[in-house]
Design a protein. Structure first.
Length: 231
């Protein structure tokens, strides 16, 4: 979920920077900030964020007005922030279409948990299962299912497989795979990569010495062949 775009709307500059910092430290990097209701609406229209963090008490156009404008055309998840915790404000927020309501002051962890819960409800994650000629790889469990057997993938094997899967049907160079595993200073890692590839084939291929899914492109790199999902 950390790839989701977050739009934060608040007219307090210090709070905006604090919220941005909280999300960045938690691994979110696609963050937009608006310092007024009208600027927030402009950013929402131009960028189509995945979730909006919206302060209620703002000068000029307040959060309730912003939310009602958004709800005219969009169901984007909205978390309201406010220093006021009266029941009437909560009711107005939910009646205006808020997904959740968080009163200030709040703990950073509470904010992150609320946002994560909203994102999970709004964008349920599909199982990441990759079907191959001789079996199936469950990326979320890091397991290979083949011939009624289960093989666990190591962290490195999973990294390699995910990189190949992201580029399924296309050649991934040896350098790109090495860089995935150890960063930009990957020279000299080719032999170790070859060992990981061999172990990976032993788990996903029925005949590792004659692979049909993880193919070597001599002198260039590797290609992963996948099958359509079985329904």
């Amino acid at each position: 979920m950390n790839d989701k775009m977050i739009l934060i709307i608040d007219d307090e500059k210090e709070l905006l920077e604090m919220l941005r910092s909280i999300f960045e430290r938690a691994g979110y990097h696609n963050i937009l900030t608006g310092s007024s209701g009208r600027e927030g609406l402009r950013l929402w229209r131009e960028n189509h964020p995945d979730i909006i963090i919206l302060d209620v008490k703002m000068a000029g156009m307040d959060g309730f007005q912003v939310l009602r404008e958004i709800r005219r055309t969009s169901k984007v998840p909205v978390l309201l922030l406010t220093a006021r915790a009266e029941a009437e404000d909560k009711i107005e927020g939910f009646e205006s279409g808020a997904d959740d309501y968080l009163a200030k002051p709040f703990l950073p962890r509470e904010l992150l948990l609320r946002v994560k819960a909203i994102l999970n409800r709004a964008y349920p994650r599909q199982e990441r299962k990759v079907y191959l000629q001789d079996g199936m790889v469950d990326l979320d469990k890091a397991e290979v299912f083949r011939k009624n057997q289960i093989f666990s993938l190591t962290a490195k094997e999973l990294q390699i497989f995910e990189k190949l899967w992201e580029n399924a049907g296309r050649i991934v160079t040896t350098g790109a795979l090495c860089e995935t595993l150890c960063g930009e200073y990957w020279q000299g890692y080719e032999t170790t990569l070859g060992t990981h590839i061999r172990h990976l084939r032993e788990k996903i291929e029925e005949h590792p010495s004659k692979p049909v899914s993880l193919i070597t492109i001599k002198g260039i790199g590797y290609r992963l062949n996948v099958k359509e999902e079985i329904l």
